[in-house]
Design a protein around this ligand. Sequence first.
Ligand code: ADP
Length: 601
Amino acid sequence: MRREVPLRRSLLVRLLAVSVLVSIGSIAATAWLTARSTTVAIRQEQGRALADDARVYDTLLGYAATHHGWDDAGDLVRRLAADTGRRITLTTEQRTPLLDSDAEPRAAALPSRPSAVVDPLSADATQGHIDPRAVGPYRLTRKERDDLRATAQRRALCLRRTFGVYAQVTESPNGRPALTTGGAQPYPETRCPSPVLEQPTTTERRALAALEKLTGSCLKRKGEPAVRINPDFTWTREPAPVAPGAPRTTASAGGTVSTCLAAARREQLGPYVAPPALLFISSRGGGVSTGFDLSPANQARIAGVAALVLLFTVTATVIAGTRLSRPLRELTEAVRRTEQGGAPRVEVKGRDEIAHLAAAFNAMAERREQLEHLRKAMVSDVAHELRTPLSTIRGWLEATEDGVVAPDRELISSLLEEALLLQHIIDDLQDLAMAEAGELRLRREPVEVADLLAQVATAHRAGAEQAGVTLRTRADGDLRAFADPVRLRQAAGNLVSNAVRHTPRGGAVTLHARRDGHHLLVDVADTGTGIAPDDLALVFERFWRVEKSRNRRTGGSGLGLPIARKLVEAHGGTLTATSTPGRGSIFTIRLPAGVCGEEQG
Ligand code: ADP
């Protein structure tokens, strides 16, 4: 009967399921971790790129504010590109290339939208903001600058001496010096006066006048009165209609003036700055800056790698699972054959757990075979042992029935003797079976060893006298044991019975109890035939006899010694024998300390 494992319970399928689950889990975890760390890295990278881009834009805006054109900006663009590791391209508003940090400009490779428009007169697309570095006609002459600087320094010195205020002389883009006190407490203007510093210079006045004119003509076109422009490019009405000096700020009129002023400023500065240019900042090699995008190509790549990992996992698991399940199947098959009465062995390959299991199975099969062999031998021994007395009884009874032999007293006693022998063998077999099954119950109690030896001697005295053998007992000191007296008597009795049977007339059998350290020893010594060294090792085997024939004097069951040994072993002791052929044998019962507890206590 072959019981197949259902597929879903199969070791291979379960291994496969576990490994597929594990690999899907690890792929997902790896993808998640990678996506997270990549996103963080990209954010950092993008932050850095943005800061770089802002720097590039600001530097180029500064250049445009202070130069008439882009002709000499090549070096600056290349230097910025080298610093930021980016490709920088400038084109006109019509996308005609002006400058490119790459050696071979490839206009076609430019992104569709520019990164920014570099226009110093419209630096802020919504507000029309003019870059402060675009100073044009407002730039001071060298003399004006030196004079103002000297004045500023004098004033700084005065402030330091008078108020202990440390003022620094800085320079605005058009060369006008200014004093900054780094947030120090205000100081009275009157103590260190320097009105020159607040007054516009001739150059500035001239430029402001030109600006006023340009603004004025714009306002005139729109039907608005002219205004006065201040050095900080604020304006005032002239003459003041509400309060002298206060700007009139009605929404509509203010808006028109501001528009005209801004247009005038752009018109005034136009010739001094570079024309507006489109700025393209891209990654080296022309591509747009990188980002973490799950494009179809990337998705396909991830799916492909995941499929490869899964394929590898499945292949590896199938190989490993097959290697695991094949020997297990062989073992199962072998166990089934054992069940059916066979004695198969399995091949032991390698040194892993399954190899150990296979080796253990083989050892078990071997042991089982030995036991089976023993069982068969015992059954045949028992049959053989029982057959002899039974055939004797049957032979005599048949002869009596046929009238060949008269049923006299002698015949009856002979039949009784055979029946007793049968009984004896059966009793012995039962004792041995119980001892071997570990079912021998000991009823332990304090035992006087000398008394026990005397009882054994008494039981065998009649037989000994009949055989012409002297039976003696001897006990060294007051020896006591804690043992089962019945079983101990039975063991010693078997030894005495053997000794008497194997001692010729005139010989002696001695029972001698003594102490050896914590052990209690009982020797049963005889002056009999002795046992040959080869036979000595076998006398404790069941049904083993030196004399194979059974006669009245020496015939036994061949179970006496194995039973005696089992009884002694049940007490935790040992039974051993020494012998000299022709001179006699000594059988020694050695009982351990625990058995002698009474004596020690
Ligand atoms: P049996 O019932 O035949 O005596 P045992 O198991 O008691 O069976 O003994 C096994 C064999 O050991 C005996 O047949 C005998 O040959 C041998 N034997 C046992 N005791 C002695 C002894 N004291 N002297 C010589 N031979 C002995």
